[in-house]
Design a protein around this ligand. Structure first.
Ligand SMILES: Cc1cc2nc3c(=O)[nH]c(=O)nc-3n(C[C@H](O)[C@H](O)[C@H](O)COP(=O)(O)O)c2cc1C
Length: 157
């Protein structure tokens, strides 16, 4: 099964989890990049505004075609209980090209289920598995069980 992990990361947590998932299932990776110039001290405010209005900002061109993969695993940080806007742009542009999907998110502690619901609506598909991780516990052994369960569910198809 060809697997692609697609993610956006602002401060690196989601990239860490994406790499861990890709390593464990031998997947290829695609990092989504915001094409807008950096907004300096207003960056976080811009991101919150993006989430409040459901923005789909310009992103850098993707390097891989998700239609070439059997499973696409989408990863995002939670931003104001929503999918990070550059990931929303990517999914909007590519939803028709996904076969099967799975979702993961990193967060401070609230909003994961709303994010998975939004991903589901954007994709028009039900995920085969979902996984959320709270940033303080990223590399803690406590995370092993939910991550192993997520990986096991990916393998069942
Ligand atoms: C603009 C912004 C909004 C956020 N909103 C939430 C939120 O609604 N719920 C939450 O649990 N964490 C929230 N966080 C925390 C991030 O989801 C968390 O730090 C995540 O791990 C960041 O991932 P990254 O390092 O890949 O960017 C927010 C962070 C930022 C920058």
């Amino acid at each position: 099964m060809r697997v692609l992990v697609v993610f956006f990361a602002n401060s690196g947590h989601t990239r860490y989890v994406a790499s861990e998932i890709a390593r464990r299932c031998g997947a290829e990776m695609e990092e989504i990049l915001d094409a807008r110039p950096h907004a300096g001290a207003c960056e976080a405010l811009r991101y919150i505004r993006d989430s409040l209005i459901g923005a789909t900002p310009p992103i850098e061109a993707a390097l891989k075609d998700p239609a070439d993969f059997d499973l696409v695993i989408l990863g995002t940080p939670v931003w104001a209980w929503r999918v990070a806007s550059p990931m929303r742009s990517y999914v909007r542009h590519n939803a028709q090209r996904f076969k099967q999907v799975a979702f993961f998110c990193t967060e401070g502690g609230v909003g994961d289920q709303l994010v998975f619901t939004e991903f589901g609506h954007l994709c028009g598909r039900t995920p085969i598995a979902t996984y959320q991780v709270i940033e303080p516990y990223l590399s803690e052994p406590i995370q092993q069980a939910p991550l192993l369960e997520f990986m096991a569910r990916l393998k069942t198809t």
